[in-house]
Design a protein around this ligand. Structure first.
Ligand code: ADP
Length: 487
């Protein structure tokens, strides 16, 4: 099997898009300069979809043998590069099948168990995955209904961690019986921060002052917003390090998660700046102050994507009957574990019990970028007693929920079905961005449910353990211990 080293060399992950993909498109006449302008209604245009149809066979296809076995042998011998199968054959499913067979022969390893059939390989071409040989199955469970902001949601969770869905479901039940949860969205802006270098610190400071001068915002945002009818620049903040400048652009991106969109806008501005700053050397379109798919204080403090806070007041009797613990125990445990424990651990955004469990499962089910689980799971969980100690006030504050309902993996059949279940599939018709924002609040609401349930399991386990210690109960604690196992 001939692996494509040239392809590997060209590959740059979504977190760092290649410059060649960043040329501006769809010129816009928009000159809106508000910090958070409402996106314009989507004009009727041809939207890029993943299902672009099968690839057109290249001219060399005629030279290919018609027989699958002969093509497999060509791949095995190295005469035919594996990566070229889709374009050479003009048939994505056949390409995957042949690549898979060649791979098994070259490695001498069986792929039995990794399914090939039952997947639309056309839908991932040039968009989601290269050189496919099959697909991994992850079961999807449903937690809910989650009663959030007056609406009910059945939350799809793709996971192989036993108890996770059941536990989140229990949290949803406690929230529902208590009248539901409420959410607020504080901020909606995707960021990208290129690093540029000037000849000296004076020129670097001039660039910083130029970009941060409010008088220049109209011009810069007009250039930026040409990237898409949905991209609207909110800010461009500069951090200097010696003669290098890291420009953290932040923009709204409609229903898209927005990495592509913001990167295109950034490239537009960098090209534009070359006129006044010809001595500016663009080191990289991503200088890590973005900060994408890496833990970073800048995200925790400033937010990235959607910043959401979600709360619920859980009635005392629900805490007792459904969560099998007490308000007092939960409040104490939350302080000792999620606040003090995480502080002692030097946590960065990790002031929670298992937000990433819920975030990852919902992300996988709904076609989000699972690598963004890193910052999307930043969460502080707070618990206080309320109503004179009777009830529990619980909240999750999540500054970096990075989700979209168009683009990337969201349009694949399974993921799209899960978005449809939540009523947030695709682009929102009247208010672009409303579907993605709703999805972000559902993620936060689901995390709230997950936090409630796991913290309760832990509190109950602790309670039973201390009962045992002081010999006040001989109850079997194994069920509680099992429920608390996944913290
Ligand atoms: P991302 O920036 O998250 O990587 P993509 O660029 O892959 O997303 O997908 C966004 C695409 O979807 C753009 O081409 C955009 O014009 C189109 N689109 C259609 N409707 C919307 C919408 N409501 N919000 C955002 N993008 C939309």
């Amino acid at each position: 099997l001939s692996f494509s080293f040239s392809l590997i060399q060209q590959w740059i992950p979504a977190a760092d898009p290649p410059k060649s993909q960043l040329s501006s498109s769809s010129p816009s006449t928009t000159t809106t300069t508000m910090a958070l302008p409402p996106p314009p209604p989507p004009p009727p245009t041809t939207r890029k979809t993943a299902t672009a149809g099968p690839p057109t066979p290249s001219r060399s296809q005629e030279l290919l043998p018609q027989d699958d076995e002969e093509v497999v042998q060509s791949v095995v011998s190295g005469a035919l590069p594996s990566y070229s199968l889709e374009s050479k054959l003009g048939d994505c499913k056949r390409a995957a099948s042949i690549r898979r067979e060649a791979l098994q022969r070259v490695t001498g390893r069986s792929l039995t168990g990794l399914p090939l059939d039952g997947f639309d390989y056309d839908s991932i071409l040039g968009q989601c995955c290269e050189m496919p040989v099959g697909y991994v199955q992850i079961p999807v469970g449903i937690a809910g209904p989650l009663l959030l902001d007056g609406s009910e949601y059945s939350v799809p969770m793709a996971t192989t961690e036993g108890c996770l869905v059941a536990s989140t479901n229990r949290g949803c039940k406690a929230i529902h019986l208590s009248g539901g949860a409420n959410s607020v969205l504080l901020k909606d802006g995707m960021t990208r921060a290129p690093v540029v270098r000037l000849p000296n610190i004076e020129r670097a400071a001039q660039l910083k002052f130029y970009l941060e001068d409010p008088h220049n915002f109209d011009t810069v945002s007009m250039v930026f917003n040409k990237s898409s009818r949905f991209a609207r620049l909110q800010s461009a903040r500069c951090t200097m390090s010696g003669r290098s400048v890291y420009i953290r652009f932040c923009c709204s991106t409609g229903d898209a998660m927005g990495m592509n969109m913001v990167s295109k806008g950034v490239q537009n501005v960098l090209d534009f700046l070359q006129a006044d700053f010809p001595d500016m050397d663009v080191i990289a379109i991503s200088g890590n102050l973005c900060s994408d798919k890496k833990p970073a204080a800048v995200n925790w403090i400033e937010g990235r994507g959607k910043s959401v806070v979600c709360e619920a007041v859980i009635k005392g009797d629900v805490v007792k009957k459904v969560l099998k613990t007490s308000v007092k125990s939960l409040v104490e445990l939350n302080k000792d574990k999620n606040l003090v424990g995480s502080a002692m651990a030097g946590a960065l955004g990790g002031f929670n019990a298992h937000a990433s469990n819920i975030v990852s499962a919902v992300y996988l089910a709904t076609g989000q970028d699972p690598a963004q689980n890193v910052e999307s799971s930043h969460c502080i969980t707070l618990m206080e007693s309320t109503n004179e100690g009777q009830d529990l006030h619980v909240s999750v504050t999540m500054p970096c929920i990075e989700v979209g309902t168009v683009g990337g993996g969201t349009q694949l059949a399974s993921q799209s079905a899960c978005l449809n279940l939540l009523g947030v599939k695709g682009a929102h018709k009247e208010t672009p961005g409303a579907n993605a924002r709703r999805l972000a609040t559902i993620v936060a609401g689901s995390v709230l449910a997950g936090e409630l349930s796991l913290m309760s399991a832990l509190a109950a386990g602790q309670l039973v353990k201390s009962h045992m210690k002081y010999n006040r109960s001989s109850k079997d604690v194994t069920t509680h211990a099992a429920a608390a196992a996944s913290s």
